[in-house]
Design a protein around this ligand. Structure first.
Ligand code: DGJ
Length: 327
């Protein structure tokens, strides 16, 4: 009897969590500086994410050196335990311009199944935000080394704050604040994700930045902010059945300063019981640029509406997708 019990215990220890049908619950705490698994402060602002083989890869600005940010990469199974993968793009090393005439903001990561390459799109800027360019880096391995593919104004259009979106059919887009912060430009990318082929103007003359898109069924939901530098402002929602047209009028969501954040990404957690969306934003200048916090909270979408469930602490089960706010 005792022997059987020991055998059963040994078997349970060897089983992966999922095989046991057990939960993979994690508590996410907001408003604190994250530490990586080596105990160092996580530096990944304006973050972009890629989910592959059970791991979240997060890349972002290393504002440890405020105005010369390298791009750091971390990986995590649960958005809490972050392992530092490395500096995937480095000032003065990846390309001589970087750290001299140009700096990077809002790096975003795509995986192109057609080429097997990892592609980073980012805002590629100069002093006083006058350059208004984008840059593209590629690598055969997720952890790099990444090399510069090209930099400049996409389709000759001035481009600043940016994000990427990969649709269900594999088509990818670069979306950025264009023409001196007047409009958003939705750039359709080439099959290898490295070139902008066309541009649709969205929210003309409405000065939106920090765009982040999620697809829920056949509807696209976009969150964006106004342009107020490092100060937070009202987040607004729009939705459409098509990425290129038909976006609904912008409506306010959350509180008037979006809980002191500006959107960086929206993550999709495909759980066994439900699909959960997580808003990821930056709490800039808290109190300085290097200490800006990454803030995560659940967001629900449906019927053309959305609700931001900001909380200082919430629990999420990565197995089932279920979440709850904690006191
Ligand atoms: C707001 C943008 O979203 C940030 O990425 C950064 O460009 C700041 N403005 C600079 O003021």
């Amino acid at each position: 009897m005792k022997k059987n019990l020991l055998l059963l215990l040994a078997l349970l220890c060897l089983m992966p969590f999922s095989a046991m049908g057990q939960s993979r619950r994690t508590v996410i705490t907001n408003g604190v500086l994250w530490k990586d698994t080596a105990g160092n402060v996580v530096q990944a602002h304006g973050a972009g994410f890629l989910y592959q083989n059970g791991l979240w890869y997060m890349i972002g600005e290393d504002r440890g050196d405020s105005w010369r940010p390298d791009v750091n990469m971390y990986s995590s199974p649960d958005l809490v335990h972050w392992t530092f993968v490395g500096k995937i793009i480095k000032n003065g090393e990846t390309t001589p311009d970087l750290g001299q005439r140009r700096f990077i903001e809002r790096p975003k990561l795509l995986y192109c199944a057609k080429t097997g390459q990892y592609v980073v799109w980012c805002h590629w800027e100069g002093r006083n935000y006058g350059a208004s360019e984008a840059a593209v880096f590629v690598s055969e391995q997720v952890g790099g080394p990444y090399r510069l593919h090209h930099a400049g104004r996409p389709l000759d259009i001035k481009s600043r704050d940016c994000n990427v979106f990969q649709d269900a059919d594999g088509q990818a887009y670069f979306i950025s604040t264009i023409e001196e912060n007047q409009h958003l430009g939705l750039f359709r990318l080439s099959d290898d994700y490295t070139e902008a082929l066309s541009c649709n103007i969205l929210f003309a003359h409405q000065s939106r930045e920090a765009p982040a898109i999620a697809r829920v069924g056949d509807t696209y939901y976009m969150l964006s902010s106004a342009c107020t530098g490092w100060d937070p402002n009202q987040c607004k929602l729009s939705c459409s059945k098509s990425l290129t047209e038909g976006w609904s009028p912008l409506v306010n969501v959350g509180d008037s300063i979006c809980y002191d954040t500006q959107a960086a990404s929206i993550l999709t957690i495909n759980g066994s019981k439900q699909t959960t969306y997580l808003y990821v934003g930056d709490r800039w200048m808290d109190p300085g640029l290097p200490e800006s916090k990454t803030i995560i909270f659940p967001v629900t979408f449906g019927d053309g509406k959305c609700e931001l469930h900001y909380a200082e602490r919430f629990e999420i089960d990565f197995e089932t997708g279920e979440w709850k706010i904690l006191d």
